[in-house]
Design a binder for this molecule. Structure first.
Ligand SMILES: [Zn+2]
Length: 440
């Protein structure tokens, strides 16, 4: 571990450049803006109404076909991996990437244009220490296509990568420590390469209007086509490393660990980023051991049990961490492998049943209602659940944050609550619940 803390960094001033978008072929201007500590990297769509921003985090990952697309709501940004790789590797932790289109300029298919831009904008230190993810034990992901990524403990950020084309053509290997200087020299200039058979149908459908030999190397059989000669004999594996860095940037923290990658692609890179983010969330939940608030600040387990009649295994809320005004609160439930429902749901593939999440939401909502009514002398009956959506699986080890908001109450007999469950900053389920009250 380094003895001196490393500090977060942002860009010193606004800088931008204009180029061509790969998929639409249109002109796009990208500008980097400084951002405060703990902001992370966010994309801003200047061309849309209200200029929405998208957080570059793994929870916002939408698609990984050919390039990495992130989004929030209906807003998307495509092909974010090269600009993210450059920002991360050049040491920029916090910045706004403003664009007037849905993807960055493709440049020459490498990260060179972004490195030049970051140099122009300058990198400046901020006053808060950086946040790291330290690989403590081996983690790995594998895909059916033969991609394998392993993350091993290391006190530096290293990548060792093997790439191979069809029939093991262009088999290449490179191992390096990722530092700003090494990235700039060894990785940033490496261009995207594509196989002719893969891009031909896209060109025919006019889906890569901005694509040309000026921004990609095309491999057709044994022939390598490109506008300028290869920049490195092993340019392909270098570009694979570039893509790994860009996709792992979605973790949102710097990684201290050694990534060993065999035939990686965006999908497997994203799988590793997801695994790391999930492990980080688990560690944070264990490490933070929040002081259990009392009174208006929240309710501890005993106080929860004074209000709710439910007991193990049907008590689905460990504690209430906060009340926000009279009509909102957040409960928390740590789901362990010992939950009885995992036994049969399903053997070898434990997933928390959706109905148990609805039950958790109902319990948190009824705590809200009891607090509002200032009495537990009546009992709330769960009448109906509308707009129920299960978005993501909840797995053993997850900590669920259960949000409930009272949106309507009629007299003192009926109430409606809007609820959602969050794991790893992503909504995993949601529902609108209706209750009626009867005297006990
Ligand atoms: Zn790439």
């Amino acid at each position: 571990m380094p003895s001196t803390p490393e500090f977060q960094q942002t860009v010193g001033k606004v800088a931008g450049f204009t180029g061509t978008a790969l998929h639409t072929g249109e002109k796009v201007t990208l500008r980097l803006h400084p951002a405060p500590v703990d902001h992370g990297i966010k994309f801003k769509r200047k061309d849309l109404q209200d200029e929405p921003t998208i957080d570059s985090k793994i929870e916002n990952l939408k698609t990984v076909e050919r390039a990495t697309t992130i989004g929030e709501g209906s807003v998307r940004v495509h092909t974010v991996e090269h600009v993210l790789a450059a920002l991360w590797a050049m040491g920029v932790d916090n910045a706004i990437v403003e664009m007037d289109a849905n993807e960055p300029p493709i440049g020459d298919g490498s990260a060179q244009a972004y490195v030049d831009l970051i140099r122009k904008a300058d990198v400046v230190a901020q006053e808060e220490p950086r946040k790291f993810f330290d690989a403590r034990e081996t983690m790995h992901v594998e895909s059916k296509t033969g991609a394998l990524l392993v993350l091993l403990p290391d006190d530096k950020f290293r990548i060792s990568c093997t790439q191979a084309g069809p029939n093991n053509q262009f088999a290449q290997f490179l191992s390096m420590e990722v530092t700003p200087a090494a990235f700039e020299r060894e990785i940033a200039p490496a261009r995207t390469f594509v196989y002719y058979e893969d891009v031909k149908p896209l060109m025919d459908k006019n889906l890569i209007k901005g694509g040309s030999l000026e921004n990609a190397i095309v491999v057709r059989g044994e022939v390598v086509l490109s506008k300028e000669p290869l920049r490195f004999p092993d340019e392909f594996v270098r570009h694979k490393i570039l893509d790994i860095i860009g996709d792992l940037a979605l973790v949102g923290r710097r990684i201290r660990g050694h990534v060993v990658a065999v035939k990686p692609g965006h999908a497997s890179n994203a799988d590793l980023a997801r695994l790391v983010a999930r492990e980080q969330t688990r560690r944070s939940a264990v490490a933070v051991s929040r002081p259990i608030p009392s009174g208006d600040g929240g309710l501890d387990t005993d106080q929860v049990m004074q209000i709710l009649p439910h007991r193990f295994p049907f008590l689905m809320v460990d504690r209430i961490i906060s009340f926000d005004t009279e009509t909102k609160c957040v409960g928390v439930k740590t789901v362990t492998i010992n939950e009885p429902f995992f036994q049969g749901h399903f053997p070898g593939h434990p997933v928390m049943p959706g109905v148990m999440q609805v039950e958790a939401m109902a319990q948190v909502a009824s705590i809200l209602l009891f607090k509002l009514a200032k009495t537990t002398s009546r009992i709330g009956y769960f009448m109906s659940a509308d707009e129920v959506k299960f978005r993501k699986p909840v797995l053993p080890g997850d900590t669920i944050f259960i949000h409930a908001e009272l949106i309507r109450s009629r007299g003192d007999r009926m109430a409606k609550a809007r609820c959602h469950c969050v794991v790893n900053d992503a909504i995993v389920s949601e529902a609108e619940l209706m209750f009626t009250f009867l005297d006990k």
